[in-house]
Design a protein. Structure first.
Length: 346
């Protein structure tokens, strides 16, 4: 029987690199039976994957608009783990189209699109008052997809729009899809190249430039967090669930899986950066300062207030019940790992 072919995209990135490393070094019997392939841009980094005999094929593209090459690569695989941009509609549609082609040319074949996503899709806007959301979402809630569509109809957000489009495209093409809707990711990635996430390290860099850590408004917005290695383990569970034929993971409109393991408030992030900076001697004082949304957006997000509020000042509360209760996800990183992440990032 031919092995299940898995295409990991974005292997030079933070999440894609960590997922690839996790799969390559897994001791799980099903995982070890997979044919692992990667898709990356054609450059010097692509050459670093070719000597690894554990990787069967290195597919290359010019960029994410290279629809023909993306579709062709996906059509040679059964599972695509999408770890490239969550905002890029053309590439997502191309991956799904390729999976649909594989299914059409291989009678009886099943295909699966695992998409990297974010709980920013559910975040409110407490600073501007555009929306206040007190709900603590569970990935067992039956109305999540309808909620996303309602929110996007009220106020489009590119990543949320992409989530809806990917799901509806996959349904139309006959491909199964699950979105791993993760919260703030922390910890050092284990891929070959990019080892840092976006949110907290960006705040750390600006703290070093400004001499103090900052937060937006009152900093009371609450999010969840997850360590990157725990998150990579969840991706493996989804792959194994599909490849083994167990198929208990939700797909389609119900195909949303949360991944939070802890909670924090945005002021606490600034305080953690200040503590770490002072301890390491790169900040003179352990102080934090509030800034307006407009100032934060200008400095952190190229003046874009909507994504700045959603990503750095909002509430986004979720419960990862499918991951733990259905897929058997067991996390190993504790609150101490969250605190250590500030030192590593600074």
């Amino acid at each position: 029987m031919a092995p299940t072919k898995v295409l990991v995209t974005g292997p030079t990135g933070y999440m894609g690199g960590t997922v690839l490393n996790h799969l390559l070094n897994s001791k799980n019997t099903t995982t070890r039976s997979l044919e692992l392939n990667v898709l990356t841009r054609e450059n010097a980094r692509a050459d670093t994957f070719r000597p690894d005999t554990r990787i069967a094929h290195v597919y290359t593209i010019h960029d994410l608009d290279d629809a023909t090459a993306i579709t062709a690569a996906a059509s040679q695989n059964d599972i695509v783990i999408h770890c490239t941009s969550g905002f890029h509609l053309v590439s997502m549609k191309s991956f799904i189209k390729g999976l649909a082609q594989r299914k059409a040319t291989n009678p009886g074949a099943d295909v699966y699109f695992i998409r990297t996503d974010s709980t920013a899709n559910l975040a409110d806007r407490p600073i501007t008052g555009a929306l206040t959301e007190s709900r603590n979402f569970s990935d067992k809630d039956a109305d999540l997809f309808a909620y996303l569509k309602q929110r996007d109809a009220q106020e489009p957000y590119p990543q949320r729009t992409a989530t809806i489009t990917a799901t509806e495209t996959a349904l139309a093409e006959g491909a199964s899809t699950t979105a791993v809707m993760s919260p703030t990711i922390y910890g050092v990635g284990s891929g070959l190249f990019n080892h840092l996430t976006m949110q907290a390290p960006l705040l750390m860099r600006h703290a070093l430039e400004d001499g103090k850590a900052r937060y937006v408004g009152d900093g009371a917005g609450e999010w969840n967090c997850v360590h990157v290695e725990d998150l990579a383990a969840l991706y493996e569970l989804l792959v194994v669930d599909f490849a083994s034929g167990r198929r208990v993971a939700p797909v389609g409109e119900r195909g949303i899986v949360f991944a939070g393991t802890g909670t924090f408030r945005w002021r606490e992030v600034a305080e953690g950066i200040a503590r770490a900076g002072k301890a390491l001697g790169v900040l003179e004082e352990e102080v934090v300062e509030s800034v307006s949304l407009e100032d934060a957006a200008g400095k952190w997000m190229h003046g874009l207030t909507q994504p700045c509020e959603l990503v750095f000042a909002s509430n986004s509360r979720t419960r990862a019940e499918v991951a733990g209760e259905v897929l058997g996800w067991k996390t190993t990183r504790t609150g101490d790992a969250w605190e250590r992440a500030f030192t590593g990032g600074v």
